[in-house]
Design a protein around this ligand. Structure first.
Ligand SMILES: [Mg+2]
Length: 257
């Protein structure tokens, strides 16, 4: 575990839990900064702009800047740019997705789009579903930011981007190309941003099915932190096995220092 240069950090369940900071998260970030490690906050949340994600973290006392944030909206924007197959996009999504696409030079339109890009959209309607389905049937390429079915809240599980994905995929008869974790694409993108080879990086997260599987899919080491969603007993039942399991971020420091 020595010589770990780059840390790809999950947010909810790893650095904070809902509205509460995880006690050693601010110190963990300070340790990364003091020891000159490279790091990125790698989130599956497409709704916020990087600056909003950083601001959210700073409210928990966690040092964070927009340049250290990677969202699946940014990965989608980059994907469209690289493909060179047009830049007209029909969007089902919120501010974070729209702004990432516009910054990458995409034109947001519901007329003859080259892509339908879908993330979480808390203003989702039948009309949006219909438009997405019709445009995909006419040949637009369907991209989804992430497959998370539900978002845990104090009230219970709220529908996530994956629930809207199920509607669009069912209506159009087409499965999307997915940008976020557990796809390797998100981790590859993060390593490219940091300029670090796979062997020097580690994915840190609380969810076996998204964070850890993303690392496994990308061939990067992983640390499961038992501060959130996945528990030690879940490890035996999943495909993506973590390289290490730690109770806390302080334990992780001891293993990589
Ligand atoms: Mg998490």
């Amino acid at each position: 575990m020595k010589r770990t240069e780059a840390f790809l950090l999950d947010l909810d369940g790893t650095l904070y839990r809902g509205t509460e900071v995880i006690p050693d998260a601010p110190d963990f970030l300070r340790w990364l900064i003091e020891t000159d490690r490279k790091y990125l906050f790698v989130t599956n949340n497409s709704s916020r702009r990087p600056e909003q994600v950083a601001e959210h973290l700073r409210r928990f006392g966690i040092p964070a800047e927009a340049e250290h944030v990677l969202t699946p909206s940014m990965v989608a924007a980059q994907y469209i740019k690289e493909q060179g197959a047009g830049n007209r996009v029909y969007v089902i999504g919120e501010e974070g997705l729209r702004s990432a696409l516009i910054e990458a030079g995409c034109e947001i339109t519901d007329e003859q789009p080259d892509y339908v890009v879908q993330g979480i959209d808390r203003q989702f309607t039948y009309e949006k579903l219909m438009t997405a389905s019709l445009r995909i049937q006419s040949g637009a390429i369907y991209l989804a930011t992430n497959v998370d079915k539900a978002l845990p809240t104090e009230k219970g599980l709220m529908p996530g981007a994956g629930s809207l994905l199920a509607a669009v995929a069912t209506a159009s008869g087409c499965q999307p190309i997915v940008m976020g974790k557990p796809e390797a694409r998100m981790i590859d993108h993060a390593l490219e941003m940091l300029g670090v080879p796979k062997e020097r990086a580690i994915v840190v997260g609380d969810n076996l099915e998204t964070d850890i599987l993303a690392g496994v899919n990308a061939g990067v080491r992983t640390a499961l932190v038992l501060s959130g969603f996945s528990k030690r007993d879940h490890v035996a039942e999943t495909d993506g096995k973590p390289t290490i399991i730690v109770d806390s971020l302080s334990d992780l420091i001891r293993l990589v220092e």
